[in-house]
Design a protein around this ligand. Structure first.
Ligand SMILES: [Zn+2]
Length: 427
């Protein structure tokens, strides 16, 4: 009987272990598989159009946490080992395409946006799957494709050789957060300024908790991609510049929304170094930026609020945090379905508040919590967030994800940041 129990216990432990972790060496080479495609459609539907597959020299990600445990993002991709049927890699992600789907234009027009997913290079045949999150918050399969690692149509050339330098960090690649800063709107003569800007802007992000605590786990690269002309497009002022990523203000006709849609070139440049996240640094004094989860972060280099914008956008891009504001205008409509719990960790519709920060609210605190000075330092349930003043709640009266007045993330956002940091460094 005794031996029977211990065998059973061992069996249970073994099952749990195999569920919890995928062995990198068994399934992957320490290189990147990059899959390029177009995401096209309109407000009602979306389709994937495959472009090509690439094998890239560096794998910058973790070799430990291969299967996603966050369930963030409006999309996700999965890699399933063909022979065993095991899920061997997955990540959630966002896209400009999905944001565009919430604009009025998408009701009457179809568009496509370039999209790239990167993952470690599989040793054996694997099924690549893309899911999208429908209006009910449920993932639905959108696309699948069998990857044969021996397929000689998988491209291996270096797409774009770019001079780069390591600005800071000495950590081992697979145990660090590698951030590839890409020069956008910098001419050859401005590369000295770019390197100084990277050091300064990375410093802004790494000076905010919990990134500050993990600062020595970051490797920061400056990729000197050269633009013909200086600064991004400002269509609303009829200013157009020939730049390497063709970045622009007035994305979706929102003046401060500063983005690039040239995801292909962005990844071609980033591929020169191992990376976990891409930060597009845009050479301008004008206020703006963007951050989309597991897609990229961008911000203007020289506005007086670049310090605030850089860490806020990194909160979106690297961690998947939501905007906690609800007063300033955005171009998207009905971005959140109030009948569904949003996937972002720092807002709630109360559909499943237990899964969010409910346990962090002190006993007896009034909820909904009034947005008054009395509750300044309290984690509570403050109505307003995610661009809506009613029906969505955020954790504090003010947070970095709400306004530029606050120089720190709230405890709920900090906890989410720390969880992401640990996942990426493989702890
Ligand atoms: Zn927050």
């Amino acid at each position: 009987m005794k031996s029977f129990i211990s065998t059973l216990t061992l069996l249970v432990i073994a099952t749990q272990l195999s569920f919890a972790s995928v062995d990198f060496e068994t399934y992957f080479e320490n290189k990147t598989l990059r899959i390029d495609y177009l995401l096209g459609g309109n407000a009602k539907e979306q389709t994937v159009f495959l472009q090509n597959l690439k094998k890239e020299a560096h794998w910058g990600g973790t070799t430990k946490n291969l299967v996603d445990t966050f369930d963030y993002g409006n999309f996700r991709f999965k890699l399933i080992d063909k022979a065993s049927g095991n899920l061997i890699y997955s990540r959630g992600f966002g896209s400009l395409f999905q944001e565009w789907q919430s604009t009025p234009e998408a009701k009457t027009l179809s568009r496509s946006y370039y999209q790239v997913n990167v993952m470690p290079f599989p040793k054996q045949k694997a099924q690549f799957v893309i899911d999208y999150r429908n209006r009910d918050g449920v993932f639905v399969q959108l696309f699948e494709y069998e990857i044969d690692p021996s397929n000689y149509f998988i491209l291996e050339e270096t797409a774009m050789k770019v001079k780069y330098s390591k600005i800071m960090g000495k950590g081992e690649v697979n145990k660090s957060i590698d951030v590839a800063f890409i020069a956008e709107g910098y001419t050859q003569e401005e590369m000295g300024k770019f390197r100084a800007d990277v050091e300064r802007v990375a410093g802004y992000v790494l000076n905010v908790e919990p990134f500050k605590t993990y600062a020595n786990r970051f490797n920061i690269y400056a990729l000197e991609s050269v633009s013909e002309e200086s600064g991004p497009d400002i269509p609303g002022k009829a200013i157009y510049k020939n730049t390497v990523l063709n970045s622009t203000f007035y994305t979706f006709d929102s003046e401060r929304y500063l983005t690039t849609s040239d995801i292909k070139t962005m990844h071609d440049i980033a591929a020169n170094v191992p990376y976990d996240h891409i930060f597009v640094l845009i050479n301008t004094e004008k206020y703006g930026g963007a951050g989309i989860y597991n897609y990229y972060t961008s911000c203007s280099s020289d506005h007086k609020l670049s310090r605030e914008v850089a860490s806020h956008e990194f909160g979106h891009g690297f961690v998947g945090l939501a905007d906690e504001y609800y007063t300033s205008g955005v171009s998207v409509e009905d971005f959140y379905n109030l009948k569904v719990e949003p996937w972002e960790p720092n807002i709630t519709t109360l559909v499943n508040f237990e899964s969010k920060w409910k346990s962090m609210i002190e006993e007896g605190l009034v909820t909904p919590t009034p947005r008054t000075e009395e509750y300044n330092d309290k984690v509570g349930l403050f109505e307003g967030g995610g661009y809506m003043s009613k029906g969505i709640y955020s954790p504090v009266r003010d947070c970095k994800m709400k306004s530029n007045n606050k120089d720190e993330f709230c405890p709920v956002c900090q906890k989410a940041c720390e969880r992401m940091l640990k996942f990426i460094i493989g702890e």
